[in-house]
Design a protein around this ligand. Structure first.
Ligand SMILES: *Cc1c(COP(=O)(O)O)cnc(C)c1O
Length: 403
């Protein structure tokens, strides 16, 4: 029997736990294009869920990985390695942070942030100061702690008992935070733009208000920038455009351009609570991941790339504005930079997935953010011509759904 997509998708159902339901089997990627195992081409506006900030197989990233792969893969954290220290040096230079903790994923970076916030409160205040305020609709990962801190019931139902001391407030409602925050609060955690929850921007006023409330109650402000970070919104991190500096920031997704790596960034004063033995990871900070992340940081953190993000967003904005002149299907674009959310209007609400599936047929990959929102998170350096070609394909998909 020939091993085509049907074979592999059947095999997938047979041997993989049923947590996912993929429709295609991808073989190869280059820049903003992918090919499935039958050779069909797709333009990639999904970016591996905001992971591929510099596209697939960027030559400089491949070169870094190959070079490091021939030199040193792993030593454990009992010993140090150069790529990790160099990366931490560069990342702290580029941000508010003075020290970082390295992990393998976004959930683990958040797990570290939440544990650190509690430990810091115990060290500097008292054991009662352990409550965490988070927001409805938020997403922070799939470990039991992060899924509980996440504000979407469906992701944690059936996994109890869950960790306690977590309070949910309404996003962009400062009054609600004011009512819920107290001297018992050790941290408030928020996404500058809720990604999985529907691409919903925190207003600058809200973020600034939360910052003030945290200061008044000596609580730490944690920004989960796993999705918004590493250039996605047009600055290295979203906080840099919001007039707010968090105490702890978490980063992953685009950090490794597909190589699994996460980071928790903070100040020396706060990091001091993570003394030897309090927290750790076998793979976190391994030379392969940190060498790659160092190269990705060099590629992304330049004025040309960051300004290019805005230019590309305009192309997407114009595309949907033009489509709307024919029929009002799409609401105003949400998100920032190349984290774009396009809400569906009226009768099209709830049908985001239909657009995704139709896109695949036309050779373009997009994302959804819940049932009502189309999401696009392409490479930050997607050539403008490629972006236009991808949107042209998506237009054909839209016409088919609407017909
Ligand atoms: C994707 C995501 C996470 C989880 O990251 P993983 O690497 O899948 O663990 C956490 N927070 C936000 C905001 C995310 O978008």
């Amino acid at each position: 029997m020939e091993k085509d997509s049907t074979y592999y998708l059947d095999k997938f159902k047979d041997v993989m736990a049923p947590t996912y339901g993929p429709q295609i089997v991808v073989d190869r990627g280059e820049g903003s294009r992918l090919w499935d195992i039958e050779g069909k081409e797709y333009m990639d506006l999904a970016g591996g869920i905001a992971v591929l900030g510099v596209g697939h197989c960027h030559p400089k990233v491949v070169e870094t990985l190959k070079e490091q792969a021939g030199k040193l893969w792993h030593v454990s954290n009992i010993f140090a390695n150069k790529p990790a220290i160099d990366f931490a040096d560069k990342l702290t230079d580029a941000t508010f942070a003075e020290q970082i903790f390295l992990s393998n994923s976004g959930a683990e970076a958040n797990e570290a942030a939440l544990k650190l916030a509690r430990r810091y409160a115990v060290d500097n205040f008292n054991e009662e100061k352990c409550e965490i305020i988070t927001f409805h609709n938020s997403f922070h990962g799939r470990t039991l702690f992060t899924v509980t801190v996440g504000g979407q019931e469906k992701y944690r139902s059936g996994f109890g008992p869950t960790p306690g001391g977590i309070t949910y407030a309404e996003f962009n409602n400062l009054e609600d935070v004011k009512q819920k925050i107290s001297e018992k609060t050790c941290a408030v955690i928020m996404e500058p733009i809720q990604g999985e929850g529907g691409v919903i921007n925190a207003t600058d006023e809200f973020a600034q208000g939360v910052r003030e409330l945290c200061d008044q109650h000596q609580a730490l402000l944690i920004f989960d920038e796993v999705q918004t970070g590493f250039g996605r919104t047009g600055s290295l991190y979203a906080y840099q455009q919001m007039g707010v500096t968090p105490d702890i920031l978490t980063s992953a997704k685009a950090l490794g351009a597909g190589f699994p790596i996460g980071a928790m960034l903070t100040t020396k004063k706060i990091a001091a609570s993570f003394v030897v033995g309090t927290h750790g990871s076998t793979y976190g900070g391994n030379p392969l991941g940190t060498a790659v992340a160092g190269t990705v940081l060099d590629l992304i953190n330049t004025p040309e790339v960051l300004e290019g993000v805005q230019k590309r967003r305009m192309i997407i904005e114009e595309f949907f504005a033009e489509l709307n002149q024919e029929e009002e299907v799409f609401g105003a674009l949400r998100g920032k930079g190349l984290l774009t959310g396009i809400p569906l209007l009226g009768a099209w609400k709830g049908k985001a997935r239909e657009f995704l599936v139709a896109g695949l047929k036309e050779g373009v990959m997009i994302l959804v953010a819940g049932p009502d929102v189309i999401r696009m998170a392409p490479s930050l350096i997607i050539p403008e011509e490629d972006l236009k070609e991808a949107l042209k394909r998506f237009k054909r998909a839209i016409k088919k759904v609407l017909a």
